[in-house]
Write a protein that binds this ligand. Structure first.
Ligand code: DGJ
Length: 703
């Protein structure tokens, strides 16, 4: 809902439980008023009437209060917008108009010197508390006017009022150790997270949360923001000297220039979304999850199938017969989607060759992929393949034909990682090639699923011959989104997974075009608990792919763990199996079949329920996650190591009706809701690496 006050110069956006207010001063400064509990227009008008801090030398009354701080004028904070034209930098705007259409508010400003229109967009839907913000920049000049260089064009700035203390939560990591949660005090100055790698990165997910140091999972005010962009990005959080906090974020990592706008051209920034709650980190996550399920993830109401992926079993030693054997074993376990990973195409028998040549390897698949896909379908499963379209090996037919199609600087080394180079997707001919290849591939065999990988970062983002080569940072991502969008439209039955050497490209932008993501190449079930804990801060279980692999863990730390622990760890998201099934014993295969069957029973609750993090992993003890959907609740609990024979504390469940009874569907035991909520569920876990699943259903009112 959008309400207007203050003589048409104050806007109040309200969602389910929160409001966001801003107003224009007489000088056309656009100031932030409120981001918190619901307000009325008179409340917001009273706020707007409060005076700004008195003017003092060396201090700007605008800093920390503006909705979109531009470069220049009486400001010293990091600008959200930095524009240069004909050697002149900075922005001076006048307000032009406001417009409301549905739940979207648009505020348009104009800088006459630069012929620049700046439109700030806000959208807050009635069904939640996420505010989507983005900005459109348009060169309104004539063909004789100089182009506008967007040195920096952030999506939005978020302001928090002065507080004695602010604490920052964010997600950090590296390959095979992504999305781990860090929580530290914000001291005066700036904290910058981001990626200068051309993709979202394993190092940081584009999300932050700020509280006053006292919030818990269950209580306390939390402001959080997340950026919907899959290229290089930056979020800068500044605690100013007066105790206010301002956060700016957007595409690109620096101010070296994003794009050149010719007269008539526009740039629309990615969305930088924000969410406020006063019910703690858990409610913040549930708010983000619900919004993504309702408004971001395509077809989110559909359940994701249990998949099998052959990568850890075979790596590059792929053959049709071996894939058929794995498929038969997988089908026997109840797997619903069988995915052939890397190694099926071109001359791809190792990571040294073949990327770019998207036709089945004639020695490995002499009749193409169709016979295998048909067999997989005959076994009752869907069929998927792995691709890495944005890359090329130097040893490939594609690179031999088009060495100029990769990102490179003339006369400089073409840096290789994993023996591969990055195609320049900003080039229309590269995009046309990829579209033709992928469209043909998806038409050549009954393919239901594409795992889209991206296994190296940008290092030499040059584009010889282009007048403004650095635009490829933006254009690559736009090209990727365009390709994915076209493929989805042309092949509506195909689901897509975003992968980047595990979790190197997980963000709200890619999630608008993919059905699930590969969370991490680390499939160790214990390490995964921390990775999944971080992931769940922003993203829902419905997109979080997790595989059960072999023990000892072959890709990571060689840890030995029982099949039960591995399954319960992977059941916290979209369950997959990635082990070498030909080496699993009959007993293991039988046990696995039972776990898959159990997952299918709890899947609607896990994938579509509300998630409560009952106890975080780490510290060597008990951790647990609960999901609630309608009458059903699921608890997944893991014990790292038991010390001194101590029994584990009961888990106090959330989101239950204390006046109801809950039946454990495995044992028939009936629990009282009040007891589960106030005293807890006893897990009975003991020893090392123990785990359990509890599936409860509300049965009756307790007398
Ligand atoms: C990295 C992915 O994360 C793995 O799952 C696998 O697909 C390999 N690439 C294949 O090269």
């Amino acid at each position: 809902m959008i309400e207007i006050g203050g003589n048409g110069r104050l806007w109040l956006l309200s969602g389910r439980r929160s409001s966001y207010a801003l107003h224009l001063t007489d000088e056309d400064a656009l100031l932030h008023l409120h981001w918190g509990p619901r307000l009325t227009v008179p409340d917001a008008e009273a706020l707007a009437a409060e005076p700004l801090p008195a003017e003092r030398g060396f201090e700007s009354p605008l800093d920390g209060r503006e909705e979109y701080p531009v470069e220049g004028g009486p400001r010293f904070v990091r600008p959200a917008l930095s524009v240069r034209a004909a050697g002149v930098r900075g922005t001076e705007w006048r307000f032009q108009e406001s417009a409301v259409s549905g739940d979207e508010l648009r505020l348009r400003f104009h800088d006459p010197l630069h012929h620049l229109d700046i439109t700030l967009h806000y959208r807050m839907r009635d069904d939640g508390d996420v505010i989507e913000r983005w900005t459109t920049l348009t060169h309104t000049g004539t063909p004789d006017d100089a182009p506008l260089e967007l040195l920096r064009a952030d999506s939005a700035a978020w302001s928090l009022p002065a507080g004695e203390r602010h604490r920052l939560s964010h997600l950090y990591g590296r390959w095979a150790a992504e999305s781990r949660l860090a929580r530290t005090d914000l001291t005066p100055g700036e904290k910058v997270i981001g990626s200068r790698r051309g993709h979202t990165s394993h190092q940081h997910l584009p999300w932050i949360a700020i509280d006053d140091g006292t919030a818990t999972e269950e209580s306390g005010e939390v402001h959080s923001c997340a950026l919907a962009w899959s290229g290089s990005w930056r979020i800068a959080v500044q605690r100013l000297a007066d105790g206010t906090v301002q956060t700016v974020g957007g595409a690109g990592h620096d101010e070296a220039g994003l794009l050149l706008l010719a007269p008539g051209e526009s740039f629309t920034t990615p969305v930088f979304a924000g969410l406020w709650t006063q019910r703690g980190f858990g409610a913040a996550s549930r708010g983000w999850h619900a919004w993504q399920l309702a408004h971001v993830i395509p077809g989110a109401h559909q359940e994701r199938p249990v998949l099998y992926n052959s990568w850890e079993a075979t790596e590059f030693e792929v053959s049709e017969e071996q894939q058929r054997s794995l498929a038969r074993l997988a089908a026997g376990l109840g797997v619903e989607l069988f995915v052939v990973d890397d190694g099926w195409f071109g001359s791809r028998t190792s990571d040294r060759a073949g990327l770019g040549d998207w036709t089945p390897n004639p020695d490995r698949f002499p009749q193409g992929l169709k016979p295998l896909a048909d067999e997989v379908h005959g076994l009752g499963m869907r069929f998927g393949i792995w691709v890495e379209p944005e890359m090329v090996n130097a040893d490939s037919d594609l690179y031999r034909a088009h060495p100029d199609w990769v990102q490179h600087h003339p006369g400089r080394t073409r840096t290789e990682f994993r023996n591969q180079l990055v195609l320049n997707l900003a080039r229309p001919d590269v995009r046309a090639y990829l579209w033709e290849r992928l469209d043909t591939l998806l038409s050549s065999a009954p393919i239901d699923y594409v795992k889209w990988d991206f296994n190296r970062s940008f290092t030499d983002p040059g584009w010889p011959g282009d007048p403004y080569p650095q635009r490829l940072g933006i254009e690559h991502v736009r090209g990727l989104y365009d390709l994915l969008g076209r493929l989805r439209a042309a092949h509506p039955g195909v689901a897509f997974e975003s992968c980047s050497g595990g979790g190197g490209r997980i963000d709200l932008g890619i999630l608008g075009l993919t059905d699930q993501v590969w969370t991490s190449d680390n499939t160790d079930p214990l390490d995964r608990l921390a990775i999944q804990h971080g992931f769940s801060q922003l993203h829902p279980a419905r997109v979080m792919a997790a595989w059960v692999t072999d023990s000892p863990n072959v890709m990571g730390n060689q840890r030995t763990s029982g099949l039960g622990f591995r399954f319960v760890s992977a059941m916290a998201g979209v369950l997959g199996i990635g082990g070498d099934l030909t080496k699993w014993s009959e007993a293991e295969l039988t046990e696995a079949r039972d776990w898959v069957a159990l997952y299918k029973r709890i899947r609607p609750v896990v994938q579509h329920g509300e998630q409560y993090r009952l106890r975080p992993p780490g510290g060597g003890g008990l951790s647990a996650v609960q999901y609630v959907r309608g009458e059903e609740t699921v608890v997944l609990a893991w014990l790292h190591a038991q010390s001194y024979g101590e029994p584990q504390p009961p888990l106090r469940l959330r989101g239950l009706d204390p006046d109801s009874a809950y039946e454990d569907l495995a044992t028939g035991t009936v629990h009282r809701g009040a007891v589960l909520s106030h005293h807890g569920l006893r897990t009975g876990l003991r020893g090392d690496l123990d785990a359990a699943v509890f599936h409860l259903r509300r049965t009756e009112q307790v007398g």
